[in-house]
Design a protein around this ligand. Structure first.
Ligand SMILES: C[S@@+](CC[C@H](N)C(=O)[O-])C[C@H]1O[C@@H](n2cnc3c(N)ncnc32)[C@H](O)[C@@H]1O
Length: 711
């Protein structure tokens, strides 16, 4: 018996003890196994809690289905082959291609409101279509449909099972994939998830329906991805069953979304969509408490339609509004392209036009932070920083893989038994293990001086600290060349691990600093010396004080590379931080695990912190909050010394200027450093006096590839 079979047997035995039979447990176990990427650890955690919960969920759902059946929403008769009223051609007889491309005459088919009486055919009367290729199995479901805009989602095998089970249509048993923020979470969600009523144009009635029928395959300029449809995260769709989402528009201006799910024809009756929505809302949305209580799937659909209309009706010839900017600090140009995204990750990807984000000069965070962060207007000319969307925490752009499931945090990695404030307990809890059995924070919420000093030393003298070298470095790999450059090494940085949701302590626990958010009065101000805007503190700060995170979109290195060239072309300030503090420690990284943060389009106030060589007054510390996976963490900035009121806050980006000069291309250049520090390594004088291009002193030519640093 192989390892997996043995593990499966033990899991099934455990479920048996809880009263769940094999028949009930096996499909759920398979699903979880796929979901957890064939890792047993999260399944086995807490005596198979995730597995037991999932089986219970299924049981509840089966009961709900049985109730629905009893109420006449698709009956057992259909499953047995009886044709339900209105089934017409029958699901097994009509090829899916026909059904997607041929007009339907039912009025309700083209109604964007799925409130019509529930259809009983598999190819239903609502816009949300469930299609079943005859004899559908995952592999067969990849048959392309004639629609122009379809995206095939991934599939997975379980234990090399020769006959994979037909996927269950709405069994999106996956992690929410969001980066949770405990602080202000509800407030933030409420403000960023304002759903609007469906655009009346989309549901304007019978006169529009006629136009829709013959325009099923009309081309559109927006490629849908399920990652943007649901929370904008890839981690959600990766483990979902095979899924296609089509978007089509008609010359009449209607836009239709079609969700195609594969299921075995003999097993599926089109369910009541209201029941489907409720099931998904209950299971994923409300139970996760990630969205406001009035969230509904229908609103989400309306939001999607509205997004399609909003982005799809703008014209590409207005993509960029060129304005004069007084903030460009690298001396290269004063032209600035105001093309920051308004609300959707699609926007950047497709380079669609975006409305200008207007800043609130009294609070650039627009209420997203605990404190107001004003924009100082020293010139009195009412100038504001270029537009971007304020986002207090990190969010996944598209391909990054961040798994924050609670099941991943084992009991040994949290403090279930703690209560109140861990710092006042006589013995440090498990959360202090990473910091040598002592908390990194003092009871005043400061990082201990010894800890911060080590972080500073690592930044200042990287060569004196331990580095690891990847066999194939994701940074080299991301350039997409056949033979990646050798790894330049990654510092093994000191992490702080904060207590989190699985811990027994409370939000006031002293080992929760970064997750509580910004606590000091900050101000964005024009530096006036060619470095654009900067950030300063309004009050004096002691050494070790948490200032803010560097927050932005979480991108893979490859995605950053794609953006870098374009940003440079557009003379944008770029704001990219490589999250490599834990690289190579856990084996080779996959592309989707080699992550960066980019605050260029979406970010928090950290994006205003300028670089200063060596004697900067902030230090970046990797802080682990929601996940023990060290390829994702929070880039937290703490004061490295006492800082005076109104002093600019700076951080040494760690750029190896000499190396950058040597290898900079016509496409990507490093900025000329204007930090004014006596230790400056990137000034114009140094550059021209340093004999740039002469190599690194050891006669070895170094590659331009490496750290896509800030710029
Ligand atoms: C994270 S942003 C800092 C905020 C930026 N000044 C702004 O106005 O948006 C990084 C960019 O600011 C500029 N910058 C930061 N530090 C600098 C320095 N010491 N000298 C010159 N430019 C600097 C560079 O263009 C860099 O790419």
């Amino acid at each position: 018996m192989g390892r997996n079979e043995e593990k499966a047997r033990v899991a099934l035995d455990a479920m048996k003890k809880l009263g769940f039979g094999r028949k009930q447990a096996i499909p759920v176990l398979k699903r979880l196994f796929r979901l957890f990427q064939q890792q047993w650890e999260p399944i086995e955690a807490e005596s198979y809690r995730a597995l037991a919960d999932a089986i219970l969920d299924d049981q509840l759902q089966a009961n709900a289905d049985a109730d629905a059946d009893a109420n006449g929403n698709g009956g057992a008769g259909s499953v047995d082959g009886d044709e339900a009223p209105g089934q017409g051609q029958g699901q097994g007889q009509e090829p899916p291609e026909m059904s997607t491309s041929q007009p339907q005459t039912s009025g309700s088919r083209t109604d964007f409101r799925p409130s019509a009486p529930p259809p009983t055919t598999a190819i239903g009367a609502a816009t949300l279509q469930m299609q079943m290729p005859p004899g559908a199995a995952p592999a067969q479901s990849s048959t392309p449909t004639p629609t122009l805009l379809s995206k095939q989602m991934m599939d997975a095998d379980f234990l090399k099972d020769p006959k994979p089970e037909p996927p269950q249509p709405l069994d999106m048993d996956v992690q929410p994939g969001l980066i949770l923020r405990s602080r202000n979470r509800n407030r933030h969600r409420a403000s960023s998830s304002q759903f609007h009523d469906t655009n009346p144009q989309l549901i304007s009635g019978d006169e529009n329906r006629a136009n829709q029928h013959h325009s099923r395959n009309t081309d559109m300029s927006v490629e849908p991805t399920s990652t943007t449809l649901i929370n904008g995260t890839r981690s959600q769709v990766q483990e979902a069953p095979p899924l296609e989402i089509d978007v089509a528009s008609s010359p009449g201006g209607e836009v239709k979304l079609s969700l195609k799910c594969s299921a075995h024809p003999s097993k599926l009756n089109m369910p009541d969509l209201e029941a489907v929505y409720k099931m998904v809302e209950d299971k994923y949305v409300r139970s996760g408490k990630l969205l406001p209580p009035d969230f509904t799937i229908r609103r989400l659909m309306a939001e999607i339609c509205q997004g399609v209309v909003q982005l799809g009706t703008q014209h590409t010839d207005t993509v960029e509004h060129i304005t004069q900017s007084d903030t460009v600090g690298n001396g290269s140009t004063s032209k600035h392209f105001e093309s920051g995204p308004a609300s959707s990750t699609l926007a950047q990807k497709q380079h669609l036009p975006l409305s200008r984000t207007t800043h609130d000069v009294d609070d650039i965070s627009k209420g997203e932070e605990n404190v107001k962060i004003p924009i100082a207007n020293e010139s009195g000319r009412g100038k504001c920083p270029p537009s971007f969307s304020y986002m207090p925490g990190n969010e996944i752009f598209q391909k990054a893989m961040v798994n924050i499931s609670l099941a991943r945090i084992g009991d040994e990695d949290c403090c279930v038994d703690c209560f109140g404030d861990c710092l006042s307990a006589p013995v440090p809890c498990a959360c202090a293990r990473d910091t040598g059995g002592e908390y990194a924070y003092t009871p005043d919420g400061l990082v201990k001086p010894e800890f911060i000093d080590k972080c500073i030393s690592m930044n200042r003298f990287p060569e004196e600290h331990h580095k690891v070298f990847c066999r194939t470095c994701p940074l080299g790999r991301s350039r997409g060349k056949a033979s990646p450059e050798p790894c330049r090494g990654h510092l093994v940085r000191k992490f702080i691990k904060e207590c989190w949701s699985k811990c027994g302590c409370g939000m006031r626990c002293g080992n929760r600093v970064v997750q509580r958010g910004i606590g000091h009065n900050l101000q964005v101000f024009p530096t006036g010396n060619g470095r654009g805007w900067g950030l300063r503190t309004q009050d004096a700060l002691p050494k070790g004080a948490f200032v803010c995170e560097y927050a932005g979109e979480i991108l893979t290195c490859a995605e950053v590379d794609e953006r870098a060239v374009e940003n440079m072309k557009n003379a944008r300030y770029t704001h990219t931080v490589v999250l490599d503090a834990g690289w190579c420690s856990g084996g080779a990284l996959k592309d989707e695990e080699a992550l960066c943060l980019d605050g260029t389009f979406y970010g928090n106030v950290g994006r205003f912190i300028n670089h200063r060589c060596r004697d900067a007054n902030l230090a970046m510390v990797p802080v682990q909050v929601e996940t023990p996976d060290r390829h994702y963490y929070h880039a937290a900035l703490f004061t490295s010394r006492k800082v005076e009121a109104l002093e600019e806050l700076t951080w040494d980006y760690g750029i190896d200027f000499e190396w950058e000069w040597e290898w900079e291309s016509g496409l990507v250049k490093v900025f000329e450093c204007l930090c004014g520090s006596k230790y400056c390594r990137g000034s114009r004088q140094l550059r021209h006096g340093s004999g740039s291009g002469s190599g690194n002193g050891n006669g070895k030519k170094r590659s331009r590839r490496g750290v896509p640093q800030q710029n």
